[in-house]
Design a protein around this ligand. Structure first.
Ligand code: ADP
Ligand code: MG
Length: 636
């Protein structure tokens, strides 16, 4: 029995739509790419309900004749290629001739267009069926409205995420298209509100400013390079302006935005040693090459391409980025940040030869020496100033107390003194957080500190044996519990007003996501106020926020919200407490005085769970007297 038949157009278009028309952003992509291919210099995109209700794209490109205006909706109808030879030399964004057919099969389309030679044309199509085709007065260009998306494919409609999510995707897409075509003026609006507006000046840096704001664009440096096959240019942020996600890198190959993991990696490698761990740059990488070297016909959405000589291209990107960043950064000398020599690894500090932790005076003298070198490295200073610790119990006066001049020492200006103290991150006294030591129940019996091993572990004893305590893990645990308590009642907290409000810059799609999560952010003490089209200000935060780090912390919290699809307040609180606890916890190779150790052990003893750090690693290990005696064969 014969059972095979060829599908009708309507069915095959809907099937093709499954690949090309995933969500409103994919329609915007196809329509705008058509406008770009038509040679437009101005493209306006207007959305209703993030495009689910309607997407309207208006351009001033070459338009279509009446004949073409109808044919354009046929499957495999294209003006862009006509033979196989063309397929390997594609210079346009479209070429498959299926986008309009697919889009029209799952929505209602209305088109006004004119090629400027004859009167314009109006076409209306409903779910793939031609309803109207008539003359209509229209200037040269095209105006296409796609409405009621997926009205006849309810399963796909159900799959759509929230308006906010869909809008975010579209804004992100238009950002990238605008970056790919700085010579075109783009305007994107949602419910008549402008979300992005670029000038079409041809200057990519201006587009970066339009998207990310001046503060980010100013921190971007240009790079360029070339070889026989590729010409590369673009912009990358300096290491002080980074993001927690790799999503901010845009690769453009011959005017097409494409996704490429290795190209992103090449940028990251180019910045390599300058990038803080887990942070990534914002970058735009523009590549020009002979279309013959690329194959764009890999996937219907044309977001991935194959390229010959890829390895060479990635090397070129990497070296161009590296050279540009190197030129722009005043490389800090490898400043010795360890005023105290590391303990030889086999040495264990015990009572008898315990070297007392240096006094403030000692530290200041040591630091004075390093401060002179550090004065030369503005980046180092800026970074370190961010690291100042609010929790320091030591009064700040002590920090800034002028040091008595040692004979023979050169005068140091006051200013240097201030910076140096902050710069040295090895020298923060153990923060005292728990002040209610006396009232809380102790979870383990008092321990007497004996000394420190490798500047990392505290050795302490009591009649049950001895204990090794990981000082970093211990402090993380103490701080974690402190912040967790604080975070559970942010609303009642005293706020600290800032003299200089903090400013944060985000792109349109990010702002949409942030708006959605303002309440969750409030719950963790982040109070954002909109400030212009691409920025927020923070004018106050809970008084217990780590002052010197508030800015980075707030940024990281926003990143958390941006990178999570759904924000669960409990989880955000938990992650915030962990994040805060990690900051400035005493590190390995940090010498503590016996008093510091006592304080730390005391705080730990009243922690709710003193045995593991918030990441689950052990805080202390017990060696019982019995075990020790067994090891030495004193008992059998
Ligand atoms: P493709 O872009 O792959 O050719 P499409 O289905 O997207 O296929 O479009 C079909 C044809 O319709 C295009 O080749 C082009 O000739 C014409 N077209 C579509 N949109 C526009 C536009 N905005 N301006 C001028 N012509 C257009
Ligand atoms: Mg197209």
């Amino acid at each position: 029995m014969d059972i095979i038949s060829v599908m009708d157009d309507s069915l095959s278009n809907k099937i093709a739509a499954g690949e090309v028309v995933e969500r409103p952003a994919s329609i915007v992509k196809e329509l705008v790419e058509n406008s770009i291919d038509a040679g437009s210099t101005s493209i306006e995109i207007a959305l209703e309900e993030a495009g689910l209700t309607s997407i309207r794209v208006t351009d001033n490109g070459k338009g279509m004749s009446r004949h073409d205006a109808v044919l354009a909706f046929e499957r495999h109808a294209t003006s862009k290629i006509s033979n196989e030879h063309d397929l390997f030399r594609i210079r346009t964004l479209g070429f498959r001739g299926e986008a309009l057919a697919s889009i029209a099969s799952v929505s209602k389309v209305s088109l006004f267009t004119s090629d400027g030679e004859t009167e314009g044309t109006e076409v209306q199509i409903d779910g793939g069926l031609l309803l109207k085709q008539s003359n209509a007065a229209f200037r040269k260009g095209t105006d296409m409205t796609v409405s009621q998306l997926f009205y006849n494919t309810p399963a796909r409609l159900k799959y759509m995420k929230t308006i906010q999510t869909e809008l975010g995707h579209t804004i992100d897409l238009v950002n990238r298209l605008a970056l790919s075509h700085p010579q075109i003026a783009f305007k994107l609006s949602h419910h008549s509100q402008t979300v992005l507006h670029t000038s079409g000046s041809g200057d990519r840096r201006r587009v970066l400013t339009d998207i990310y704001g001046m503060a980010v664009a100013r921190k971007m440096v240009p790079f360029s390079g070339g070889n026989a096959d590729f010409k590369v240019d673009g912009y990358v942020t300096l290491p002080e302006m980074t993001r927690a996600s790799k999503n901010y890198m845009t690769l453009i190959v011959n005017g097409r935005w494409v996704k490429s993991y290795p190209a992103n990696q090449a940028v990251i490698d180019g910045l390599h040693t300058y990038l803080p761990i887990g942070r990534y740059p914002i970058a735009v990488i523009n590549v020009e090459t002979d279309p013959f070297l690329t194959d764009v016909n890999v996937h219907p959405s044309k977001q991935h391409i194959r390229m010959s000589k890829e390895g060479e291209l990635f090397d070129l990107i990497k070296s161009s980025v590296r050279d540009a960043v190197k030129r722009s950064i005043i490389v800090p000398d490898a400043v010795k940040r360890e005023p105290f020599k590391k303990m030889p690894s086999e040495q264990v500090t015990i009572w008898s030869d315990f070297r007392p932790a240096p006094t403030w005076k000692d530290r200041e003298v040591e630091q004075e020496k390093t401060a002179v070198d550090q004065k030369e490295s503005p980046i180092e200073q800026e970074e370190s100033i961010l690291e100042t610790n609010l929790f320091e119990k030591k009064p700040l006066q002590a920090v800034y107390e002028p040091v008595k001049q040692e004979p023979g020492q050169a005068d140091q200006p006051e200013q240097v003194m201030e910076v140096q103290e902050i710069v040295n991150d090895q020298e923060v006294p153990v923060p005292e957080i728990n002040t209610t030591t006396e009232t809380k129940e102790k979870r383990f019996p008092p321990l007497v500190p004996v000394g420190q091993v490798h500047g990392t572990y505290i050795v302490a004893q009591n009649e049950d044996g001895f204990y090794m305590i990981d000082q970093h893990a211990a402090q993380e645990r103490i701080k974690y519990e402190f912040f967790r308590d604080k975070l559970s009642k942010v609303e009642e907290d005293e706020r600290q007003m800032l003299l200089m409000p903090l400013i944060f810059h985000y792109s349109g799609d990010e702002m949409v996501k942030i708006e959605e999560n303002l309440e969750a952010l409030n719950e963790v003490g982040v109070f954002l106020e909109e400030f212009g089209p691409s920025s927020y200000t923070v004018k106050e935060y809970p008084a217990w926020f780590p002052a010197g780090e508030a800015s980075t912390l707030i940024e990281e919290l926003i990143e958390q919200v941006l990178s999570n699809r759904k924000t669960d307040i409990g989880k955000l609180r938990e992650e915030t407490a962990i994040m805060m606890s990690c900051k400035r916890s005493i590190k390995a190779n940090h010498h503590l005085s016996i008093a510091d150790m006592e304080r730390l052990l005391n705080d730990l003893s009243i922690a709710e769970n003193p045995y593991t750090c918030p990441h689950g690693r052990p805080v202390l290990i017990h060696f019982s007297t019995y075990e020790i005696e067994k090891m030495f064969k004193r008992v059998m």
